[in-house]
Design a protein around this ligand. Sequence first.
Ligand code: 1HE
Length: 280
Amino acid sequence: MTPSAVILNLIDQVPQMQNHPPNPSLDEVAVEHRDNISIVSLRRRNKRNAISDSVMAALGQRFDELPAKTKAVVIDGEGDHFCAGLDLGELKDRDAVDGLHHSRSWHKVLSGIEFGRVPIVAALHGAVVGGGLELAAACHIRVADDTTFFALPEGSRGIFVGGGGSVRIPKLIGADRMLDMMLTGRVYKAAEGVGIGLAQYHVPAGNALSVAIDLARRIAENAPMTNYALIHGLPRIAEQPADHGFFTEAMLAAISQSAPEAKARVRAFLDGTGPKVKVG
Ligand code: 1HE
């Protein structure tokens, strides 16, 4: 069993929250397959792509059902905003036990995204706030266009992050910056957000999706085992003591390089047909 399967199994062991699990709202989470990449889109623009239970269930289903030919995924949001976070309209009816299981249901879907089969590129614009930032943080590459702003308004709503944000966001920007965002309501605009590590790319307004698609296409050309080793290995190695990390690295290096595809790619470089590293 893979480490991610272990995580997901543990999450599964939490007693089921809802007597009536939400019906996935598949018309609010679209998917389009283009050759070897897939594009998953939040389609709830009238609610600024806020994530209801049904939207989260649909997101989980879309990622579970990716075809084998998909080698990388782009996730984006329709309209002016990537995602306004948790659907606050559903919060008012939840008691403490439901709240616990609701948070665990986000963990399950977002861990499935982070530790899935293929890398995920988030195309960000407008609001990337609350649970929207938690969703973005579960992705491997974040491309922010110039309209993007990042915030964690949970503090002002009297709630807490619940979609894995307290684990993932400090790894991107440090616990002190996340603390500042939640205590003071600080909003980071695109350039500053990219500067502190909330995204890896800053692009002109309106370009996030096209750049994300280009990056996904490039990622999809890598050997699948290398991509898998990166998304599963790097976050875990970062949490291991150095000696364990070296060992994990050695295992991943050995497995990756033994794949026939890796040997063919190295041979191609050596016989002059493989690509060179290019600047720009
Ligand atoms: C919503 C939500 C939402 C919009 N839940 N309905 N997230 C927040 O605290 C962010 C709340 N949203 C906003 O601050 C603003 O909506 C935006 C800055 C994102 C966009 O502003 P704007 O002027 O374009 O839109 P709007 O007029 O505020 O919203 C349009 C509609 O979307 C309106 O509904 P309508 O029926 O009156 O048209 C809004 O009520 C609705 N809407 N955002 C529900 N979030 C796992 S725990 C995670 C915890 C969190 O994510 S807390 C952070 C929640």
